[in-house]
Design a protein around this ligand. Structure first.
Ligand SMILES: Nc1nc2c(ncn2[C@@H]2O[C@H](COP(=O)(O)OP(=O)(O)OP(=O)(O)O)[C@@H](O)[C@H]2O)c(=O)[nH]1
Ligand SMILES: [Mg+2]
Length: 397
């Protein structure tokens, strides 16, 4: 958290918030600040060693036991072993076990001692003036990979700010056209930016029995979905998460698409089509060991942007294979899977931002930037400059 606080914790009212996403990591962090924060923690926290919490130098951590007094029944109290970090005067972080229960118990203790429990974004807003830094702190807690966290850390360290300064200079020089084109380039990275906290969605589509569930299993490396040599096996959407080249993805196996009289299968196909519609990328699987089918042509027309993948190459004649263009794999034998992953990454992140590049990563930032483009296109430099300042404003708009 930034030391550039909006409020001095010593003077502000006592508040605490769970700063980590619910149940995500092995460690949960509760932030507490405001007048009397250290004294309140001392009521529940017994550090290991003779020194009380109050005399711990700032910047140090203490390990010990947290006892919620309301747990007391027969004189003994169950204790949670945790770490307390003293950041500054009356400004602490409590690092307890991950999951929901430990952080909730700590908050319950703090609340019983008069501390107001608030949401993480509200807590950050009390301390940090720069909206992008606050959003980066929240996003960092949700980042699923080191690669995503690296890009978010760059934004927190000022990458976006630096780029915006150049845009501001262009607007100040009345060069609205160059400012607008600069921002458009920035906004092109927004698709990736929004996916730094949420995985890319990839849907597996195709006729029944072409090997979609087998491919899901090959991509995630374990038997997640049921595979059976009978068309119409998969009904529900079956999802599984993975990381491809440092990017978090969620794969969705879906029912094979065909005309059917079964109401149950039709419901599965309807769910499949919905899933294909909300995916960032559709993998359209075809069977290389069978003659071309009408169903494939319909799917190709429906999903012209899909990545076409020929499966079951182990069963196809070499001469037939030579005629096929596109990616060729055997989900059963694991052949061509690395090449497929490389192709998927190429489609999801066609332009990897250079190191330390500016990447907008929230919808709010993208809205502000697209408003500025509009104002710059109208050659209203004053309004464009005002709106651009909202990007880092103390109050989120
Ligand atoms: N020879 C061969 N068989 C495969 C391959 N991939 C899948 N199969 C077989 O094809 C059959 C169907 O596989 P699934 O993965 O269940 O196919 P699906 O597309 O999910 O089928 P539905 O759920 O019915 O739409 C199974 O018997 C698989 O073992 C492959 O690469 N080579
Ligand atoms: Mg299936």
């Amino acid at each position: 958290m930034s030391s550039d606080a909006v409020n001095d914790p010593r003077e502000s009212s006592l508040t605490a918030a769970v700063l980590t996403p619910e149940g995500r990591g092995a460690v949960a962090v509760v932030g507490i600040s405001g007048s009397g924060a250290t004294a309140v923690c001392s009521k529940f926290f017994q550090p290991v060693g003779a020194r009380p919490l109050e005399v711990t130098p700032h910047g140090q951590i203490r390990f010990g036991a947290w006892r919620n007094k309301s747990d007391e029944t027969d004189g003994t109290t169950a204790a949670e072993e945790l770490v307390v970090c003293l950041r500054a005067v009356d400004d602490l972080e409590i690092h307890c076990h991950g999951g929901v229960a430990a952080a909730a118990a700590v908050c319950e203790s703090l609340s019983s001692a008069g501390c107001r429990i608030i949401a993480a974004d509200e807590w950050l807003a009390l301390r940090e003036a720069d909206a992008v830094v606050r959003e980066a702190d929240l996003a960092l807690a949700k980042a699923r990979t080191a690669r995503a966290a690296g890009i978010l850390l760059d934004q927190r360290a000022g990458a976006l700010q630096k780029e915006v300064a150049a845009i501001e200079s262009a607007i100040a020089a009345n060069d609205c056209a160059s400012a607008a084109s600069h921002i458009r380039t920035l906004c092109d990275r927004g698709g990736l930016g929004l996916r730094l906290t949420e995985p890319f969605r990839i849907a597996l589509a195709g006729r029944p029995n072409v090997g979609k569930s087998s491919l899901l299993n090959a991509l995630v490396g374990h038997a997640r979905a049921l595979v059976f040599d009978e068309p119409g096996t998969t009904r529900d959407v079956v999802t599984s998460r993975a990381v491809f080249d440092g990017w978090a993805v969620e794969l969705a196996d879906t029912a094979g698409v065909r005309t059917t009289t079964s109401e149950l299968e039709a419901a599965g196909i309807a769910a499949a089509v919905r899933e294909h519609g909300r995916a960032d990328l559709v993998l359209l699987l075809r069977d290389a060991s069978e003659p071309a089918a009408a169903g494939d042509r319909e799917l190709l027309e429906r999903y012209p942007e899909a990545l076409v993948v020929w499966n079951k190459i182990d069963r196809a004649a070499a001469t037939d294979l030579a005629r096929l263009t596109g990616l060729k794999i055997s989900a059963l034998r694991g052949e061509g899977i690395d090449e497929l992953i490389a192709a998927i990454v190429g489609r999801l992140v066609p332009d990897v931002p250079p190191s330390s590049a500016a990447v907008p990563f929230t919808r709010r930032q993208l809205t502000v930037l697209s408003d500025v483009v509009e104002l710059a296109e109208q050659r209203d430099a004053a309004a464009a400059s005002r709106r651009l300042k909202d990007l880092f404003a103390a109050k989120v708009t």
